[in-house]
Write a protein that binds this ligand. Structure first.
Ligand SMILES: Nc1ncnc2c1ncn2[C@@H]1O[C@H](COP(=O)(O)OP(=O)(O)OP(=O)(O)O)[C@@H](O)[C@H]1O
Ligand SMILES: [Mg+2]
Length: 417
């Protein structure tokens, strides 16, 4: 069987693999017939093989012991990538976890396609790391090494928002100046690019790309700040100690951040929380915190918060059931609360877009289309604020979870032709 080129969108939250063939959708089914595999890996304490994707969440929520890892892509370019997590006294290096995940993506894609893939274009955010070129290069190199290690022989990279543009280009019938806004789980990425059916045929597109830019802000950050603003105060964050001092915020930040939830489960952290309860003005709130930690329900809570955030894209208010923490406890969350919690992040994403247009010397009026992709482009506040910067552009919504993988598949076909 001949080997074919594929495109790999390894996302912070979801991953896809595309294989460009005429007459059919590029995206390969990766789990239960669906084209996305959530970027989640679970190592079982009992030593069974790791599980991936949606199946992890099922295993995990059924109370299996083990180590759940999400947002692994965010570790690229940070010192944590050389670190490890521990399970049953064994070290699990983060780099190895990442490699297991990429190997699984390749395996599932090859199974779906019925052929091997040895050439791949991997998507990458415009910046893996903000304001640190060397760390950014390290991140790309780590991903390249991992791709090699799992068996890809020819590897190229493409900016994710350029890949999304190529996917959109297959639908345009005349020349358009397009701003692609890819708002994902980890990063918000932009590209400003001229698209047309004839330009699509050119091998070298450098002249068509007017600018690319991005910032390390995405849906994972929205979850964190929604949790800090809405949920954590119910567990005592911001409350007073009998000494008059404010409750330390570290346990709350740990629980609101996916990578550090485990830090709340150490013996030392438990002793500190017991001590905080002793000195708390409101012991009931600290009892909720202790109950959450005792049940090891930090990841469960993070998932509840994410689900509430997604609800708020369609509804003006939602209820978050916190019955696990305290019987009968629930939290009413409004779109307004969410907007206030993430306002500072949305302003930074806006500033990134403004700077990009300024650097490119492009006036907002000359942009014909804004193409939205990425799950977090569903957040109404973000969408309004970005389209408000381009009031005359036509808004087009791509496949929020598939445009990049499909565009990378096109790019792979062209690059390895
Ligand atoms: N309807 C929705 N409204 C708001 N956010 C949503 C919605 N659906 C999904 N999300 C969020 O979108 C994010 C995932 O989007 P996506 O799959 O595009 O990211 P990714 O490609 O994995 O990340 P990145 O490209 O940054 O590495 C998650 O944070 C998820 O909570
Ligand atoms: Mg993405």
């Amino acid at each position: 069987m001949t080997s074919e080129p594929c495109g790999i969108d390894f996302g912070t939250s979801n991953s896809t693999v595309g294989w460009d063939r005429p007459g059919t959708s590029a995206l390969l089914p990766l789990e239960d017939g669906k084209p996305t595999l959530p970027s989640v890996i679970f190592f079982h304490a009992e030593g069974q093989p790791a599980s991936y994707g949606r199946a992890v969440l099922a295993d995990y929520l059924h109370g299996h012991e083990g180590r759940l890892m999400r947002s692994l892509k965010s570790l690229l370019g940070t010192s944590m990538i050389d670190d490890h997590t521990e399970l049953n006294g064994q070290a699990l290096p983060f780099r190895t976890l990442l490699q297991h995940f990429i190997a699984e993506l390749k395996r599932r894609a090859e199974q779906a396609a019925g052929r091997p893939f040895s050439q791949a274009v991997l998507g990458r955010p415009v910046f893996f790391v903000d304001d640190d070129l060397r760390a950014d290069q390290r991140a790309e190199k780590t991903l390249r090494d991992i791709a090699h290690a799992v068996g890809f022989k020819d590897i190229a990279f493409q900016f994710e928002p350029i890949a999304a543009a190529f996917h959109y280009e297959s639908q345009v019938s005349r020349e358009e100046l397009v701003l692609v806004a890819d708002i994902g789980g980890g990063t918000s990425d932009f590209s400003l690019i001229r698209l047309s059916p004839t330009r699509a045929l050119k091998a070298d597109r450098r002249d068509d790309i007017l600018a690319t830019g991005g910032v390390h802000i995405g849906g994972t950050d929205f979850d964190k700040y929604l949790s800090l603003a809405g949920v954590m105060p119910l567990l005592g964050m911001g409350s007073a100690l009998t000494s008059g001092r404010e409750m330390p915020s570290a346990p709350y930040f740990n629980l609101a951040t996916w990578h550090t939830i485990h830090a709340a489960y150490t013996r030392k952290a438990w002793a500190e929380m017991l001590d905080l309860r002793r000195h708390a003005e409101n012991k009931g709130q600290l009892d909720r915190l202790l109950s959450l930690v005792r049940q090891r329900s930090g990841h469960w809570l993070a998932l509840q918060v994410e689900a509430a955030k997604i609800d708020l894209s369609g509804a003006h208010a939602t209820n978050l059931d916190l019955g696990r923490v305290e019987p009968g406890l629930s939290l009413h969350l409004s779109r307004q609360t969410f907007a206030e919690a993430i306002g500072h992040l949305v302003r930074r994403v806006e500033a990134t877009l403004k700077a990009l247009m300024q650097d490119a010397g492009v006036d907002a009026k000359s942009i014909d289309t804004v193409f939205f992709t990425g799950g977090s482009s569903g957040v109404p506040l973000l969408r309004q604020s970005l389209s408000g910067l381009l009031p005359e552009a036509k808004c087009v919504e791509g496949d929020l979870f598939g445009s990049i993988g499909a565009g990378l598949a096109l790019d792979a076909r062209r690059k390895f032709r």
